[in-house]
Design a binder for this molecule. Structure first.
Ligand SMILES: [Zn+2]
Length: 426
C-alpha cells in the first residue's frame, strides 16, 4: 500500500534538485520514496496504491510547524476581553490565561482536530505543540495526540508546566509530562522563566534527563521575562536556563528569544539547543521583533498558535526581517526547513521522506533550482497545496481532507467554541 505520484517534477528539499519522475511512496512511519529511474525500486505491482496524476505539478517534502498552540484554536472571533490589554502580561492575563483555564476534554479535542485539519490542508504533516489547559491537565496530551493521529498529523507534544496557578497545578503539569513521556515521544514543557520557580525548573530538567528529551519553553518574548529574572534570580534569563541545564540538550526548543543581549546570544550559539522564530506573533503582541544575529544556525519557524500556515510564517519572517533582522532568501529557506533537521538529528519519528506535498504551481516565469528561492518567497502560497501525503498516506486530495469529516467536525467545533467562550465570561 502507498501512493504513486505520476509524472510530476520532484524537488529535493535540501539540494533543490529538480527531477522529472514518478514517485512511489511507501506507507508507514518513516517509510521511503522511490523515484523511477533514480533508485532501486521500479513501480512494479502498484495494485492497492492510490495513483495521482501529477502532470505539471511540483512534488516536494511537506512542511512542519516548529511551535504551535492547539489551545488557541477556538479563539478565533471570540468576544473581546473585559479590559483591553495594555502590555504583554495583560495579553496573557486577560486573553490566553482566561481561555486555557476554560478548556475541558471536549474543547481540547476539537481544538486539536481543527488545528490538525488546518495544518494538513496548508501542507504541514508534523506539529510541535506547546499545550496548556490548567483545569484539564491529566490526559490532555493523549487527547491531542489521538486527534492529530485521526487526521494523520505526526507530533511532538508537551504540557507547559508553570507556577502561575500554584504548586498543585505545577505538579500536575509535570505529572502529565511524565505520564505521557512513558509511552510517547514528547518534550518537557515549561511556560516561561517568569512563571517557573526554581523547584519546578529543577524538576523539569530532571524529567528531561530521565527521559532523554528536551525542554520546550518561551524565552525572553517580552522584556518582562528579563526584568523578572534579574529581580528574582540576579541573572539574565538565558543564564538562568543555561545554569539549570535546560540548554544542554539538542532536543530543547526555546521560543522567541527577542530580548537577548550579545552575551546571551553567544551562550545560545555555544549550545546544541534550538530557537523558534514566530514573527507574526511578535508583531501582534508588540513585544519587539525576532533578530537572528549572533544566534548561529539552529533557528526554525513556528506559528505560535496564530494559524497553521508555514508558508505564511516564512513570508512574515522574510518581509518583517528586512526591517529588524539580517535574513537572505537562502537563510529564510534554511529556517523554514530546519524543523526537519531538528526532528531527524534527534531521532523523532513521523517526518520521514514519505511526507510530501503536491503543489499546483503554474508560474508565468521560468522555475528551476537556481531561482527557486524567488518563487518560494514571492510566488508560492498555501493556495498551491493540492495534495498532502503523510507517512505515505494520502490525507489531503484535491484540497479536501480525506481522513476525517471536515463539515461534521466544524459543526461540532462551532458549538464547542460557543460553550468555551461562555465559560470565559465567568
Ligand atoms: Zn508560544
Amino acid at each position: 500500500m502507498g501512493v504513486l505520484l505520476k509524472n510530476g517534477t520532484f524537488i529535493h528539499w535540501e539540494s533543490l534538485e529538480f527531477v522529472q519522475a514518478d514517485v512511489l511512496v511507501d506507507e508507514g512511519a518513516d517509510g521511503a520514496i522511490h523515484l523511477t529511474g533514480r533508485n532501486d525500486k521500479a513501480p512494479g505491482d502498484i495494485s492497492g496504491h492510490t495513483v495521482l496524476d501529477c502532470t505539471g505539478k511540483l512534488i516536494t517534502k511537506s512542511f512542519a510547524v516548529g511551535h504551535h498552540h492547539v489551545y488557541s484554536a477556538l479563539a478565533r472571533g471570540m468576544p473581546a476581553p473585559p479590559k483591553s490589554p495594555e502590555n504583554f502580561r495583560e495579553i496573557l492575563e486577560f486573553i490566553w490565561w482566561r481561555l486555557d483555564k476554560a478548556l475541558d476534554k471536549d474543547t481540547i479535542r476539537y481544538s486539536a482536530l481543527v488545528t490538525a485539519m488546518a495544518a494538513a490542508r496548508l501542507g504541514s504533516t508534523f506539529i510541535i505543540d506547546h499545550h496548556a489547559s490548567p483545569n484539564a491537565i491529566k490526559g490532555s496530551l493523549d487527547i491531542i495526540a489521538d486527534a492529530f493521529e485521526e487526521v494523520g498529523i505526526s507530533h511532538l507534544l508537551c504540557y507547559e508546566a508553570t507556577d502561575r496557578d500554584g504548586k498543585d497545578k505545577a505538579e500536575a503539569g509535570l505529572a502529565e509530562t511524565e505520564r505521557y513521556l512513558q509511552k510517547r515521544q514528547g518534550l518537557v514543557g515549561l511556560h516561561a522563566s517568569f512563571t517557573v520557580g526554581p523547584d519546578t525548573l529543577d524538576k523539569a530538567v530532571k524529567l528531561m534527563k530521565k527521559y532523554d528529551t528536551g525542554v520546550h519553553m518561551h524565552l525572553a518574548e517580552d522584556r518582562w521575562d528579563q526584568e523578572h529574572s534579574l529581580q528574582n534570580y540576579y541573572q539574565q534569563v538565558t543564564e538562568r536556563l543555561n545554569e539549570a541545564g535546560v540548554m544542554d540538550s539538542s532536543k530543547t526548543i526555546l521560543v522567541h528569544g527577542i530580548h537577548l543581549d550579545a552575551k546571551e546570544r553567544s551562550i545560545f550559539k555555544s549550545k546544541p539547543c534550538w530557537i523558534v522564530e514566530n514573527m507574526e506573533s511578535n508583531l501582534k503582541n508588540k513585544v519587539g521583533c525576532f533578530n537572528g544575529t549572533g544566534l548561529g544556525e539552529n533557528i526554525m519557524l513556528g506559528t505560535d498558535g496564530m494559524h497553521s500556515d508555514m508558508l505564511r510564517s516564512s513570508k512574515a519572517a522574510y518581509f518583517t526581517g528586512q526591517h529588524c533582522d539580517v535574513i537572505s532568501p537562502p537563510d529564510l529557506y534554511q529556517r523554514f526547513r530546519n524543523v526537519h533537521r531538528y526532528l531527524q538529528k534527534n531521532g523523532f519519528a513521523g517526518d520521514g521522506p514519505n511526507n510530501l506535498v503536491v503543489l499546483d504551481y503554474d508560474s508565468p516565469t521560468p522555475l528551476n533550482s537556481d531561482n527557486f528561492y524567488g518563487h518560494f518567497i514571492f510566488g508560492l502560497t498555501a493556495a498551491h497545496v493540492r495534495d498532502v501525503i503523510a507517512n505515505g498516506k494520502l490525507i489531503v486530495k484535491n484540497r479536501q481532507i480525506q481522513t476525517v469529516d471536515k463539515e461534521k467536525i466544524f459543526v461540532e467545533s462551532r458549538e464547542h467554541a460557543k460553550r468555551l467562550w461562555s465559560k470565559m465570561t465567568v
